[in-house]
Design a protein around this ligand. Sequence first.
Ligand SMILES: Nc1nc2c(ncn2[C@@H]2O[C@H](COP(=O)(O)OP(=O)(O)OP(=O)(O)O)[C@@H](O)[C@H]2O)c(=O)[nH]1
Length: 681
Amino acid sequence: MPFYQNIKFRLIGLGLLLIAIGVAARHLVFLPAVQERVQEVVAGAHVSIATYVAHDIDHSIRMRRDLIRELADTLPPSLLAQPEDLAQWLGTRERLNPLFDRGILVLRPDGRLLARSPLADGAAPGARLDADWFDAVLQPEQAVIGKPRRDDAGGAPLLTGAAAVRGADKRVLAVLAGVVSLEAPGFLDDLQQTRLGASGGFLLVSPADGLFITASDPALALQPTPPPGADPLLDHAMAGYRGTGITSRSDGADALFSIAAVPSTGWLVVASAPAVEVFQPVEELRRLLWRNTFATVAGMLILLSLLLPRMLRPLTDAARSIREMADGGRELAPLPIPRHDEVGALVLGFNKLVAKLHEKEQALLQTMAKLDRLAGTDALTGASNRRQFYEAVEHELERFRRYRRPLALVMLDVDLFKTVNDRYGHATGDLVLQQIAHCIRATLRKPDSLTRWGGEEFLVLLPDTGLASAAALAERMRASIAAHHIDSVGCVTASFGVAELGESESRDEWVARADAALYRAKQGGRNRVEADHTVRPAAGAQTGPVQLNWDASFESGNGILDAEHRDLFDEVNRLLSALFSEARDAEIQPAIDSLLEKLKRHFHDEEQFLQAAGYPELGAHAVLHRALIQRAEALVDGFRSHRTEERALFTFLAHDVVAEHIVHEDRKYFPHLAASAGIHG
Ligand SMILES: Nc1nc2c(ncn2[C@@H]2O[C@H](COP(=O)(O)OP(=O)(O)OP(=O)(O)O)[C@@H](O)[C@H]2O)c(=O)[nH]1
């Protein structure tokens, strides 16, 4: 699954998207609104301050102008002829109202100095005929405020207020002027010393004179204003704009400005503060928001990476379990409901689905069982079912009655199979049953048939087989099953019960005896074979004129070999009986075939045991086996084609096979086998 389809990735992505939307909203909507509001508030404050400063300046100017006017109006014309008294009069007034720190002068209409206070030598400061105010003051009745200028020595900036002294006929008798330094305490010095914020300040501009009168930066005092276009802020002011706004300054930086007029002079007070400073709170808020955003993202990532796996575990667990079930690695079963949320609902849905599937599976199994019953085969193991077994038994019973052929039954049951089911699941249990059926089949001959009798119980029907042979075969099956390794389970075992059909015994009695023997095998500790000897075998009841008798001295001590030898004796006896009876060839032929097959199997088993025991004469013994088999096959062929007489067959079986080989030759290895069994035992 690509990572972007991962639900954790999507949830984290969603979280980040929401944060990004929040950040965008704050920076595009919230912060601009805050900035606008801050500008409104600060600009309002700046306008108030600029207006206050303008009124203060206006008040100072008016006071000086009114004082000069009043002095001019109250100056007794008679004093004009007495300069010393005039100076004294001026001195008294000047001391009473010290608004002109640079002194008060009285000039004649031609511009010559008449008197001054305080008395000082040299030219009176500002008392120059080219002064703009001198001519101006001769005209109107009002006092005049002159253009600010530096004193004659180029020192401090001065401002002169003047008024004409007129006679009764309104003729100008003299001009009275007061000179004040712009830096005089209580005049404009406050404006120079006052800052707006950290680096903002004020400008006092005379648009009419194109002059900075004074400013928070003292270097600007009495400097000409820059030409239009050089400073957009001043251009605004000069163009008559009054109020507040943001504009670029001559240094390119934005500034918040506020402009207020000084009505008495036509001057302007311009308050300006760098926008960076004004909006510093907004910038701080912006930085705070970024820090908050980073902290939120980091917190969210940490929280989600810790919580998401926990929150999604029920989902991932359920998905894994379902996948395992789908892949066959786990039995299809309901899952525990982790909690009552959407995942719980999902698992509940899955469980309902499983229940439905089980129902359907049961229905299918029932149908299959029905079909099996009809078809005669068990679908799981491929073995016959009871119905087919009963049919086969009917056929064999018929043969038994007619030809007296022995008939044996092996019933087997898997040991502790419930534990296998409980530990590894029902599906694995089924697999075990299949493998066991496979093991059994591998040991059977053609005419033998395997039946699944019930759950983990099987029946093997062995035609033409006596009790001893059947027990030997059962032993072979037991060993084969016990040695077979089954993936993920290991080895399992089975217990066996063997019974040969007795004379006048019913099918069900016979099966019951095999079942009882099986029960004894279970009781005896499982993984073993129990043969039932309680009923005399029917086939042995009918004997011919010539019979071979078994003797205890023929026993080698090896259970399987002895059982096979005994069975061969029985087989030969049965065949001899048939040969000497009136039986037809067609009826004798199956007995001959069965004997030949048993002979071959016995020789093979015997060679295996002798090899395992390290018998030194095995090579020579095996040569005898091959010779006997070749001879037997030739005789059987001849018998089929009526070339061989019954006597030749009789001689070969009774003499060559039984008397010579089994009784005489085989005895040779008995001591070796016994010794070897002693060593290994
Ligand atoms: N997997 C599977 N189990 C089956 C089938 N038929 C029967 N079984 C199970 O086989 C088990 C038989 O258990 P028991 O009869 O108690 O016997 P056991 O555990 O084999 O023990 P012993 O026979 O005493 O050794 C039961 O759990 C049945 O459910 C089948 O077709 N498939």
